[in-house]
Design a binder for this molecule. Structure first.
Ligand SMILES: *Cc1c(COP(=O)(O)O)cnc(C)c1O
Length: 637
């Protein structure tokens, strides 16, 4: 099945893609012609003979040729020699669906501009919800909702928006003095409700409102809206409620920088982002517990706790199960907050844990397919996904789809009403049609306005061709995990074979398909020298627009390990493995951190069974040869 999934490193499936593109382009043209076949062509058939037409075509061709030529310097994401950043080949169903849809140019802001693709987008949300273990049946009142965004950054921002709306809503109810509804005792309790209780309150309010006569309905709606944070803004809201502090967001120090952007964007400020220490690059549950207890003591509300499923730099997976436990425990102590999982990178790994029928696969069953994936902690993290409040997933990363597709999924769609631009509270009774009817006006609820319908079509078709379970879509992440395991084994051999020349180690056990490699020339104990050595090596492993692409053998990326991030114990362990003296760490730039190589192993052809080639072996062979010849090392000796 994998053979037909991609255009392929060699462009093996060119005829297939070409056939699809031509077929559906013709199909599109027929559609145009058959709209009103009685309308004659507006562009004369003789136009193509006109000198100006020809001049235009010539100009267009020249520019396109120039573009095409320039693009030859692009990063060769498709190649198994590319193990740098989070990009690889594109899935054919998605690519074909996107190209097919582009000339129709649907705008997923609403069904008026996208009668078909906006529905597909809502369906994509349900497909992803099912993969996560959320309720994905729209006839259920607590069904999940997902939608696409331009990327993970915007999806994370949407999570913040939703969590804040839900947190501040009970305060508005209290401030408006809504009668008959059982409200929290005071503003502080209202602001610290658990998200599930806030949704219940929202439901009671809806129900109450639906029983009011028209003038009362109008009156109370206006009154509550006037107290909402979305109406007042942060400044007035907190000025009105002097007992409340602006809430903070807890996230592991490995969190993506989009969280910093998000806090700035939402107006809470970067200072409200509290970064928690990690253990082996995974959120430390004890540190989380400690932070929550401090918040509880200080009367510091918490908006959300972020757990990362596949950290951008190290691919590590946070103990989501422990974060869910912490949410329940804190909620009992009157400190409610939502749990968001940033699975922009690792989201699609969830397919490995799903049966065809949507059930969770047992740990032992999965482990049979791998050397040691998944560790029990990783399985526990994926099992707990169904209990979190919202999730970010990037189809344009491990979904192998073109850029411009992130996704936000929340477990219970009822909260999303709070984001609506027209909070008209026209609530119909539940039912599948109503769910679809409401969310066909997608622009009401999402940060963007106009948005690509073609992108939604691409994701939808991909998920239909490759359902999100281990037997279908899971084939791809499976290759990536197998590649990571092969990488780990080969890295260990490399370290042994090279010991006299270079000290090498994988700094922490990979949870999935991202593997780092720390290197230091043997005999060197200075961290700054080790770093400049790795930076130098990386110069050979990255794109350089000044040089022809073909002279590059492989592509990898780099990242750093900061002492403040991983703690002294871990740092010393890694430095010791490398023979670097921790005392050489200073506050100077490049001496306060360790530079390491980072490898994203997502190309499905890293282990090429057809030709019996392992690009992972090739990569280490290349490193071996390069390092043995390295003048840098000879100088060092
Ligand atoms: C990539 C990534 C993001 C940001 O996603 P974009 O699609 O680049 O906006 C956020 N979080 C994590 C964990 C990521 O890996």
């Amino acid at each position: 099945m994998l053979a037909a999934c991609f255009l392929g490193p060699y462009g093996e499936n060119d005829t297939l893609l070409e056939k699809l593109v031509v077929e559906f382009l013709r199909d599109h043209v027929h559609w145009r012609r058959n709209f009103h076949p009685e309308d004659p062509p507006a562009i004369p058939t003789s136009a193509a003979q006109h000198p100006q037409y020809q001049a235009f075509e010539a100009r267009m061709r020249r520019e396109l040729h120039q573009l095409s030529a320039a693009l030859k310097q692009s990063v060769p994401f498709h190649s198994p020699r590319y193990i740098g950043h989070m990009a690889s080949d594109l899935l054919l169903p998605g690519l074909a669906a996107q190209i097919l849809t582009l000339p129709y140019n649907p705008n997923n802001v609403s069904e008026d501009a996208a009668p078909i693709t906006v529905q597909l987008e809502v369906q994509v949300g349900l497909q992803l919800a099912r993969m996560l273990g959320f309720v994905s049946d729209p006839s259920r009142p607590d069904c999940a909702l997902g939608h696409l965004t331009s990327g993970g950054t915007l999806a994370n921002y949407q999570a913040l928006r939703l969590a804040l709306a839900l947190k501040a809503f009970p305060v508005a109810m209290l401030a408006a003095g809504v009668p008959d509804i059982d409200l929290p005792g005071d503003v502080s309790q209202a602001f610290n409700l658990a998200p599930s209780s806030a949704i219940e309150l929202l439901e009671r309010w809806r129900h109450w409102l639906s029983r009011q006569n028209k003038p009362d309905h109008q009156h109370w709606r206006t009154r509550v809206n006037a107290q909402r944070i979305e109406h007042l803004g942060m400044v007035s809201f907190f000025a009105r409620h002097r007992d409340l502090r602006p809430p903070c967001v807890l996230a592991p120090i490995t969190a993506h920088y989009s969280w910093s952007k998000g806090l700035k964007l939402i107006g809470l400020g970067r200072e409200q982002l509290r970064l928690l220490p990690v253990n082996g690059m995974r959120l430390d549950p004890a540190a989380l517990q400690e932070a929550l207890e401090r918040c509880e003591c200080d009367g510091q509300p918490v908006l959300m706790t972020v757990a990362v499923l596949g950290s951008t730099e190290y691919g590590t997976i946070d103990p989501i199960d422990e974060v869910v436990v912490a949410r329940e425990r804190s909620s009992k102590h009157g400190l409610g907050f939502s749990v968001h999982v940033d699975a922009a990178w690792g989201g699609y790994l969830a397919t490995l844990f799903r049966q065809r029928d949507g059930g969770l696969r047992p740990l032992q069953e999965i482990q049979q397919e791998y050397r040691d994936f998944p560790r029990p902690e990783v399985h526990a993290a994926f099992s707990a996904l169904s209990q979190v409040d919202s999730v970010t997933i990037d189809p344009h990363k491990l979904g192998y789809l073109p850029y411009g597709t992130g996704a936000f999924i929340c477990r219970d769609h009822r909260a999303v009403e709070l984001l609506s631009e027209h909070a008209d509270y026209v609530f119909r009774e539940g039912g599948p049609d109503d769910y679809m009817t409401r969310y066909r006006q997608l622009g009401q609820f999402v940060p963007e306005g106009s948005k690509s319908g073609a992108a939604a079509a691409a994701v939808y078709v991909t998920h239909r061709v490759l359902p999100l379970d281990h037997a279908h879509f899971g084939l791809m992440p499976r290759q990536t995990v197998l590649a990571a395991e092969a990488f780990l084994v080969r890295a260990q051999r490399f370290a042994e074979e090279m010991a006299t020349t270079i000290k090498a180690c994988v700094p922490f056990h990979p949870d999935s398909n991202l593997v780092c490699l720390a290197l230091n020339p043997s005999g060197n104990d200075d961290i700054a020298r080790a770093n400049s050595f790795v930076r130098n090596l990386h110069d050979q492993l990255r794109c350089d627009p000044q040089q022809p692409l073909q002279i590059k053998q492989f592509f990898a990326s780099i990242t750093t390990l900061q002492r403040t991030m991983i703690g002294d114990v871990e740092m010393h362990r890694i430095l010791e493995n490398l023979g670097v003296d921790p005392a050489t760490m200073t506050d100077d730039t490049d001496a306060d951190r360790l530079v390491i190589l980072r490898h994203t192993l997502m190309n499905p052809y890293l282990l090429d069974h057809e030709n019996g080639i392992s690009y992972i072996d090739h990569y280490f062979d290349y490193l071996t040869l390069h390092l043995r010849q390295s003048t840098w090392l000879q100088h060092a000796e």
